[in-house]
Design a protein around this ligand. Structure first.
Ligand code: SF4
Ligand code: SF4
Length: 190
């Protein structure tokens, strides 16, 4: 189901899963129950401006209602820009951003993640960048920048360290992306 479809979604509360809030709390959303649904986080959230049906406040509400499958069936949780504005404005120190991250962990465990996210993870492992602009080297040079940015792309040893860390995460156990050998940042044109 797309976010646009979810705008007209009729939610059946008999689908509610008791204990879902506890699952989110265990995965990093510890302050979930502190939310008073004041909507300050929503007022600051770019996901609202972009028209997504679920955003910080509504994701929290859906979790509290136990709507696990509804959230897994919607792409909204992947639209969070990690700007952390919601965390800054929340009067209850709920940290909505971390709750969305916890919800993403649930989705990853269920393999309910979009292709774009899988590509981003693969790029992160291979280059150290979730979004990797292959072929940007000439453009960078034209504006006086080094062809490679001063990141894992330019420092292969740092990339190896990042890959070693990633291989120790639950991502490796899930096998969503190939994690053998070392990346391509030191061989690809940038
Ligand atoms: S997370 Fe914070 S800002 Fe957002 S609705 Fe709940 S209490 Fe309000
Ligand atoms: S961190 Fe995510 S949920 Fe919070 S304001 Fe930014 S985009 Fe919205």
């Amino acid at each position: 189901m797309s976010s646009a479809q979810a705008a007209s979604l009729v939610i059946n509360l008999t689908d509610s899963e008791p204990g879902f809030a506890d699952e989110i709390k265990e995965l990093g959303g510890e302050e979930l129950l502190e939310c008073i649904q004041c909507a300050k986080c929503a007022a600051a959230c770019p996901m609202v401006l972009a028209g997504f049906s679920f955003f910080n406040k509504r994701i929290i509400q859906a979790i509290l209602l136990g709507l696990r499958e509804v959230l897994l069936d919607d792409s909204s949780i992947w639209a969070c820009q990690s700007c952390n504005r919601c965390t800054e404005v929340c009067p209850r120190e709920v940290n909505p951003f971390e709750i969305i991250q916890a919800m993403r962990r649930v989705a990853v465990r269920e393999f309910a993640l979009p292709t774009m996210s899988i590509e981003g993870l693969k790029s992160l492992y291979d280059t150290g960048h979730a979004v990797y602009l292959a072929g940007a080297g000439n453009t960078r040079a034209k504006v006086g920048l080094p062809e490679k940015p001063p990141s894992t792309v330019a420092y292969p040893e740092a990339l190896k360290e990042l890959q070693a860390i990633m291989r120790k995460t639950a991502l490796a156990d899930l096998g969503i992306i190939p994690m053998n050998g070392f990346g391509v940042a030191d061989t690809c044109e940038v």
